[in-house]
Design a protein around this ligand. Structure first.
Ligand code: NDP
Ligand code: 2IT
Length: 457
């Protein structure tokens, strides 16, 4: 390790901005991808200043270039007999630490930029978990809203016909993300099995618990986010207990973040979907949200029909105008912008924890950090989901299934470790307490060192 001088820092800055310019040129019009890359690159300048050998190894140039991107046609037939065509994606980003691992997203907004930003972040998130998993992501621009179970099954079967050529328990292990839950994973697993001569349980995670799924996987991302934020709060003599919390979204991550925050004594007063948000000053009744979203597939607006004190507001971004101590964005990318961040700050928010992937814009993160708001970045805070996916792979390989309590205890341990590692990296690189920098560096160093040991590949 070299002594850091001003000129080392300048060399590192120049290197980073030159590689970033190439990234922009080579990946034109991919704004989400640029945003994710910029956040990581900016964090790494002190690493290159201290360890110039990473620059000589061309590590940034290699790490931003996916090992492989697969795109494919997904033809399927709707209930009326019409032929539909969607586009499928899988980015196999980095396998330095293990098989590619990461979710599948079904949403009309899915495109190359979205899948690449998610895949890029997944590399460092997966490294932080300490589990042997590389980074990948995939999905399709298919909109599951309003589709029958038959349509969803036919679509996912067609999707898997093609994806199956590229995945396997030791090669690439997809899971869920927006629009992909246990139902879709079940249909995909069935179709994959038909096309193989054996039962490869570990090819997908997030499976039903009756056929190889792990207990606590469903809860893992939301619970993990709250465990991580609780750890961060504890360091500042704060806690969920007795605090007022807003949590955007009402999908998988959001529901289980609400559940754990409530178990820790918080009052969660608001949640949302893409149409609008609800505010319940008495605290959200989670059993109603679960029934509406997990069973009946309804809009969050229906909540107020059953809770007369609650209010529904159109425009989901308005959720950030509700005064709270802790805000957990758990819906989607860029759902919390600079204006929303300023409103949260002026209402006295103490901590923000990202359950979703890249929910805060770079400008919003700046606002939080300049106003001493504790900030838990997605890569670290939402790593609980993929951590338990890796535990599901381990159980599948061993042909065992662990109890809910065992998996939950391991999850808590992993989230604490990620917090400690990120804090330590922030201190080692003169940014004490900055978890964006700490998490990016801690994840990056593991991947970069493994890549260097494996040669120029
Ligand atoms: P779900 O599909 O279960 O839920 C998504 C929620 O976010 C829904 O309430 C949805 O509302 C809302 N939402 C989606 N898109 C938008 C949008 N454009 N604007 C406003 N609201 C929107 O997905 P998950 O809960 O699994 O995922 C949520 C986030 O967490 C994503 O960023 C995902 O990448 C991330 N994540 C997920 C993990 C997992 O294990 N599932 C792990 C780590 C991160 P509506 O129903 O109206 O569309
Ligand atoms: O963004 C994520 O970490 C996920 N959607 C979960 C990935 C996984 O493989 O469990």
């Amino acid at each position: 390790m070299e002594k850091v001088t001003q000129s080392n820092t300048e060399v590192a800055q120049n290197y980073v901005s030159q590689v970033f310019e190439t990234v922009k040129k080579r990946n034109m019009n991919e704004s989400e991808f640029h945003q994710a890359v910029k956040e990581v690159f900016d964090s790494l300048i002190p690493v290159f200043a201290k360890n110039p050998h990473y620059m000589k190894q061309g590590i940034l140039e290699r790490i931003v270039e996916p090992e492989r991107i697969i795109t494919f046609r997904i033809p399927w037939v709707d209930d009326l007999g019409n032929v539909k065509v969607n586009r499928g994606f899988r980015v196999q980003y980095n396998s330095a630490l293990g098989p590619y691992k990461g979710g599948l997203r079904f949403h009309p907004s899915v495109n190359t930029s979205i899948i690449k930003f998610l895949g890029f972040e997944q590399i460092f998130k997966n490294a932080l978990t300490g589990q042997p998993i590389g980074g990948g992501k995939g999905g399709a621009d298919f909109d599951p809203k309003g589709k029958s179970d038959g349509e969803i099954m036919r679509f996912t079967q067609s999707f898997m016909m093609e994806l199956s050529k590229h995945i396997g328990p030791d090669l690439d292990v997809p899971a869920g993300d927006i629009g992909v839950g246990a139902k879709e994973i079940g249909f995909m697993f069935g179709q994959y099995k038909r096309m193989r001569s054996g039962y490869e349980a570990g090819v997908l995670t997030g499976k039903g618990v009756g056929y190889g799924g792990s207990l606590a996987r469903k809860e893992a991302t939301g619970y993990g986010t709250v465990y991580f934020v609780e750890e961060m709060l504890k360091d500042h003599n704060l806690s969920f207990n007795g605090s007022t919390v807003t949590i955007s979204g009402s999908g998988n991550v959001s529901i289980y973040a609400i559940e754990k925050a409530q178990q820790l004594g918080a009052k969660v007063v608001a949640c949302s979907d893409s149409s609008g948000y609800i505010y319940d000053k008495n605290g959200i009744d989670l059993s109603t949200v679960k029934r509406l979203k997990e069973v009946e597939n309804k809009r969050i607006s229906e909540y107020v029909n059953e809770h007369s004190d609650a209010h529904y507001f159109e425009d989901c971004s308005g959720i950030w105008s509700i005064p709270c101590d802790i805000a957990l964005p758990c819906a989607t990318q860029n759902e919390l912008d600079e204006i929303a961040a300023k409103v949260l700050v002026s209402n006295g928010v103490k901590a923000v924890g990202e359950g979703a992937n890249m929910p805060s814009t770079l400008e919003a993160i700046n606002i939080f950090q300049h106003n001493q708001v504790l900030f838990a970045p997605a890569k670290a805070a939402n790593a609980g989901g993929v951590s338990v996916s890796a535990l599901e792979m381990a159980q599948n390989s061993a042909r065992l299934s662990w109890s809910f309590e065992d998996v939950d205890a391991k999850l808590q341990e992993i989230m604490k470790d990620i917090y400690q590692e990120s804090i330590k990296a922030s201190e080692d690189f003169d940014a004490a307490g900055n978890l964006v920098i700490g998490a990016n560096i801690a994840g990056f160093v593991k991947v970069a060192d493994a890549m260097i040991m494996q040669g120029v590949i």
